[in-house]
Design a protein around this ligand. Structure first.
Ligand code: SF4
Ligand code: SF4
Length: 360
């Protein structure tokens, strides 16, 4: 199974939508022994460890120790990349995928994250390239009211030094709506949804030349539409993907250590096989027309509706717009596949759950 391993709750940034930098005190650090972790993980024959925080690169010796302790495990990393180049190259190269927080052009990224972050991130991704890293480098955006999805995704896709193989984003729609958005409805109507439409048009246009650009939310949705394979909870939460929090408790999702409902076990007491499929979605997803493609977006939000019912529907409207806009392109995509400009395999992504939630 897949485990988000929270290496610390501390962060060396304090971004607008997260405020991870405000986490302090001893309870931010791991309170179990690595032997206890080993005993738990040894009960699982196929482990994938997705290193997460806070900022996991604040604990590089621990990263090294984990890689040495679990040689057969597949490793993923989600990082703000400020300290990426401090990981010894041989260990950095072991990550199957590295998700790097960057929100778009310099002014957008630095506006949300801090001055100088954009340049430092690019520098460290160039370092990753320079050591011969062969895994998947994913630009992982947090999209909020200063974002223009068309401009920002296009910017990241067009970078050539360094290159991000994939671009993924999450909308800032989990935490308190009031504090985060001045006018979410207007932003969706005038900026986000039209931006998605334009991105899809550009994406399709390139397919004629055999290029399927790595826009993460589009790719697996098209695969589902082409094959008819339905999906449940694409991030895997509550199904085969769990978080091991710093106190050793096991949750359905890495973002919710403080929500009691989301804690479903403990490494000292649980067996991995008892976790699988432990939590499923509630309505309205199960009777939603788009459930097979959407998969339910976010288990945490489905259970804990911090935006209320009304707000939940508003976010679903962005999903519906995305899904329906992609579906309209299926005939042309099928034609390009028949003409062998592209192939069905171009839409098989991710190879393994790499922490991209897929549905923004
Ligand atoms: S669009 Fe909304 S209601 Fe429908 S499956 Fe997705 S999250 Fe659930
Ligand atoms: S999509 Fe929701 S449930 Fe899934 S990992 Fe992200 S926050 Fe957690």
């Amino acid at each position: 199974m897949n485990y988000h391993l929270v290496l610390t709750r501390r962060c060396n940034l304090n971004c607008q939508y997260c405020h991870g930098g405000e986490e302090t005190g001893p309870e931010t650090e791991i309170q179990y022994s690595l032997d206890e972790l080993t005993q738990f993980l040894n009960k699982d024959e196929d482990i994938q460890l997705m290193l997460y925080g806070g900022e996991p690169t604040l604990r590089i010796p621990l990263i090294v120790e984990l890689m040495n302790r679990f040689p057969p495990a597949r490793f993923m990393l989600q990082t703000n990349a400020l300290l990426l180049n401090k990981i010894p190259a041989v260990f950095a190269k072991r990550f199957h995928s590295i998700l790097i927080s960057i929100d778009g052009p310099e002014n957008v990224t630095d506006g949300y994250r801090s001055k100088g972050v954009y340049q430092r991130v690019l520098e460290n991704v160039r370092w990753l390239e320079s050591i011969g890293y062969e895994g998947d480098i994913v630009a992982r955006m947090a999209v909020s009211q200063e974002s223009d999805i068309y401009r920002d995704v296009t910017h990241l896709l067009n970078l050539r030094n360094p290159v991000f193989h994939h671009v993924h984003w999450q909308l800032n729609v989990i935490w308190d709506a009031e504090g985060n958005w001045q006018d979410f409805d207007k932003w969706v109507e005038e900026s986000y949804n039209p931006g998605i439409t334009r991105l899809i048009e550009d994406w399709i246009e390139k397919m004629e030349d055999g290029i399927v650009e790595g826009i993460v939310p589009f790719i697996p949705l098209i695969y589902s539409m082409l094959t008819g394979e339905t999906s449940t909870m694409r991030c895997g939460a509550g199904i085969d993907t769990f978080a091991i929090h710093v106190d050793g408790s096991i949750g359905i999702c890495p973002i919710s250590p403080d929500w009691e409902f989301s804690i479903v076990g403990d490494i000292r007491k649980s067996h991995p096989k008892d976790l699988r499929n432990i939590m499923t979605l509630d309505e309205p997803c199960l009777s939603c027309d788009e459930y097979g493609v959407c998969g339910g977006r976010c288990l945490f939000t489905n259970k804990q509706r911090l935006w209320g019912e009304e707000g939940y529907k508003k976010v679903c409207n962005t999903v519906t717009h995305l899904v329906q806009s992609l579906r309209r392109q299926i005939p042309v995509i099928k034609r390009y596949i028949t003409e062998e400009c592209i192939s069905l395999d171009d839409f098989k992504y991710p190879e393994f759950n790499n922490g991209c939630e897929i549905i923004p």
